[in-house]
Write a protein of this length. Structure first.
Length: 237
């Protein structure tokens, strides 16, 4: 009897393995399709909310955020953020290889995330450090670069980045810190906003520490540099 049951058991296990492989293939196809759809969707539709916003709203009770188009943001603000966070934004395809090498040579003390990587993380993923999240970010980043324009990537970044606790986007940040609209930001104000990134909870644009002042001064100089040398051309009219 035992010899007769063994083939049936092997047949049953083989059938279950085939079902599992079929399910995994379908799940992978659906996952890839939904990912591509999400990237395509937000290339033309503004992301309504992010996981970070949801988390902060639960913690604080409310958040401050108002979407503004790139045409409504002072050009110096866009240049300042690029200068501070990703000076080679117009030159790379989502990953700055030189910055990654510099980070490795520096023992990992400095960050190497590009603005595109931060957008992929902020819009589609969650905060925190894990290999799973990093792997998903690595897949999403080149997709965003392929589908979105550089101007769109920067517009989304400026509207979803957190500039203070519960203050998301440059429109809310400009009012919160300086009482002006994003279109009226001065070069110094723009540089200070850029200087609080990517650690808004420990930095202030209106009451800057010496460290923030130093970052702001570098962003101010960098914004003018990338304007002159053409590294702002991909997101400016």
């Amino acid at each position: 009897m035992g010899k007769k049951k063994a083939p049936k058991k092997r047949k049953w296990f083989g059938k279950q393995r085939r079902r599992l492989r079929t399910w995994m293939r379908r799940a992978a196809i659906w996952g890839v399709s939904l990912t591509i759809l999400a990237v395509l969707l937000f290339s033309v539709i503004n992301p309504p909310i992010t996981w970070t916003m949801i988390s902060e709203k639960r913690r604080l009770g409310q958040i401050d955020r108002q979407w503004v188009k790139m045409d409504g943001i002072a050009p110096v603000m866009a240049r300042s953020v690029v200068a501070a966070e990703d000076a080679n934004f117009c030159l790379h395809w989502g990953f700055d290889v030189e910055a990654i090498r510099a980070a490795i040579d520096g023992g990992g003390a400095r960050g190497a995330s590009t603005i595109t990587q931060q957008v992929a993380k902020n819009v589609y993923l969650w905060q925190g450090r894990s290999w799973v999240r990093k792997a998903m970010e690595t897949v999403l980043t080149p997709l965003v670069e392929i589908v979105w324009s550089k101007r769109r990537i920067l517009e989304v970044y400026l509207n979803v980045a957190e500039f203070d606790e519960g203050v998301f986007g440059v429109e809310a940040a400009a009012r919160h810190y300086f009482g002006v609209g994003p279109e009226s930001l001065s070069a110094v104000q723009a540089a200070r906003l850029a200087a609080v990134l990517p650690s808004p909870k420990s930095r202030s644009a209106s009451n800057p520490t010496a460290y923030v002042r130093g970052r702001a001064a570098a962003a101010l100089d960098g914004a003018e540099t990338i304007r002159r040398d053409g590294r702002a051309s991909c997101f400016e009219d």
